[in-house]
Design a protein around this ligand. Structure first.
Ligand code: ADQ
Length: 475
């Protein structure tokens, strides 16, 4: 029997090649689609006044079809910039202080999910495996059911799922989670996220946790599991020894003049703890005089969601903090912090990682954080660098055996960890690197796809009606 067709739905679609600047999500999905073919459906990235009646634009690449639709400017405002990025993004990252609720966002978010489902449904075949991604599309599965699709639908959330105490602040929290029950399988990055979701289902919706990673709410029983996302580690290792990586590595070593380099790489986003990181670095220079003039911090932070005022404010704050720290400590021949907003190819980035003695990853909250895994994959096993990792990153669960854990809210622990990393002997660096290498090279992006799709293919479709099995206690 032939494999069912894979249909991926995500906000942005492509690219299918793994050469360019694409981030982790796109690379993982592109890999699955290149291997098994299928359909990738999402937003074109374009806005158009007439988008509501616009065509589905398709492009074929070998066995894979990319299909996209436009948004109207009003939909871009209410769905993408509004509900997704002003309400859900901060909320799910535990940032109630930054959340904006507006009932017009809510209305447009649901209307866009409905329109995506209505445009996708005619392209589906009954035995397709549909895999929906991320917080833009919580209700898409329910809308696909209304549009008549009865096959298997899985959902994966790339960002954290916050505890019910926070999620219930969302006016539509009950409706959103009830809509998620239309999926057959719901996947999270970590056990913490999975437990938060189950706690919402049980405490808020009166559901019961069953054996076998299942939860029953009313007459719906679905599977809920964690699937930590990975990277193409072997590909990254090869990128790190490419000529392009070598040029970048060499250039950075020349500029550093023998000083160790600490690198941070993140989209410019308040969840990434970039300003906090700079404060940790400042504390290092403040408390350890011998470090002054002897270490550089390079922060690469490509602009993201620049239309949103919070992000514009963050850029100003970051630049002001870097300027202040530089003004405080710089000498004629040394500037402690360099900030860049450039995007790099994956090869160039691999070279930058390899030149860095320390990778400084300090999110205040992060679904996974692929930069941490990329850094490990890019290291020279005979002279690896040290990963400093926030205890609030999803990647912590897998990498804490080798990384130095830091609390981004506490500049003192960051300064101490930096000092420790910068003076760490080779044998300890190798030991720590090896503890992480195993995880990063085993838990790859392809394994993540295969595990998720394997679990989805095993779910009896369409979803089961309520069973009589006894509940188990959610721990
Ligand atoms: P992001 O929040 O984007 O992803 P992350 O996982 O770190 O965070 O991925 C960022 C990607 O962008 C990495 O692949 C990185 O190499 C790339 N990148 C960053 N700066 C770059 C630059 N200057 N040039 C080129 N590439 C750059 C969301 C969630 C995460 C989750 C991922 C995947 O927020 O928690 O790990 O999805 O599920």
């Amino acid at each position: 029997m032939s494999e069912p067709r894979l249909v991926v739905v995500s906000n942005r679609v492509g690219p299918l090649d793994d050469e360019g600047k694409a981030g982790g999500l796109a690379v993982g999905l592109a890999d699955a689609l290149r291997r098994r073919g299928g359909l990738w459906f999402g937003w074109s990235g374009e806005t158009d006044e007439a988008a509501a009646d616009g065509p589905v634009k398709t492009e074929r690449h070998g066995q894979t079809e990319l299909a996209t639709i436009d948004l109207t400017p009003e939909e871009n405002e209410g769905f993408y910039l509004g509900y997704a990025n002003r309400s859900l993004w901060p909320l799910l990252h535990y940032r109630l202080d930054l959340v904006q609720f507006d009932r017009s966002f809510d209305r447009v978010y649901h209307a866009v999910n409905r329109r995506f489902a209505e445009r996708l449904a005619p392209l589906l075949r009954p035995d397709d495996l549909v895999w929906v991604h991320d917080y833009h599309f919580f209700p898409l599965g329910a809308e696909l059911r209304k549009a008549g699709f009865a096959g298997r639908i899985g959902y994966f959330l790339h960002i954290p799922f916050c505890p019910p105490e926070i999620f219930t602040a969302l006016p539509a929290s009950h409706d959103l989670v009830r809509a998620m029950l239309a999926y057959d399988l719901v996947g999270f990055q970590t056990e913490t996220d999975r437990m938060n979701f189950l706690a919402f289902c049980t405490r808020e919706l009166g559901g019961e946790v069953l054996e076998g990673n299942r939860v029953r709410v009313g007459d719906r029983t679905i599977e809920v599991d964690s699937f930590p996302i990975g990277i193409d580690a072997e590909g990254y290792r090869r990128f790190a020894v490419s000529p392009e990586a070598g040029e970048h590595e060499e250039m950075l070593r020349d500029i550093a003049k023998g000083r160790p380099l600490v690198v941070g790489v993140d989209r410019l986003d308040y969840t990434k703890g970039i300003v906090e990181r700079l404060l940790g670095f400042e504390r290092l220079l403040e408390d350890h005089e011998e470090m002054r003039g002897g270490v550089n911090l390079l922060q690469i932070a490509p602009l993201s969601r620049a239309e949103l005022e919070t992000y514009a404010g963050l850029r100003t704050e970051l630049e002001a903090t870097a300027g202040r720290v530089n003004g405080r400590f710089a000498t004629l021949d040394w500037t402690p912090i360099q900030i860049m907003t450039t995007g790099f190819t994956r090869r160039a980035l691999a070279g930058i990682y390899r030149a860095a003695r320390v990778c400084f990853v300090t999110p205040l909250r992060d679904g996974m954080n692929l930069v941490a895994k990329e850094y490990v994959a890019a290291q020279d096993p005979t002279d690896p660098g040290v990963l400093l990792l926030s205890r609030f990153a999803g990647a912590r669960a897998e990498l804490e055996g080798g990384a130095l854990l830091v609390n981004p809210y506490n500049p003192d622990t960051m300064a101490d960890a930096l000092k420790r990393a910068l003076t760490m002997k080779l044998d300890e660096r190798i030991e720590r690197f090896e503890a992480m290498r195993e995880t990063v090279f085993a838990g790859t992006a392809s394994r993540w796809c295969d595990r998720f799709l394997g679990a989805l293919a095993d779910v009896p479709a369409p979803s089961q009606p309520a069973s009589e099995e006894p509940p188990v206690q959610a721990s």
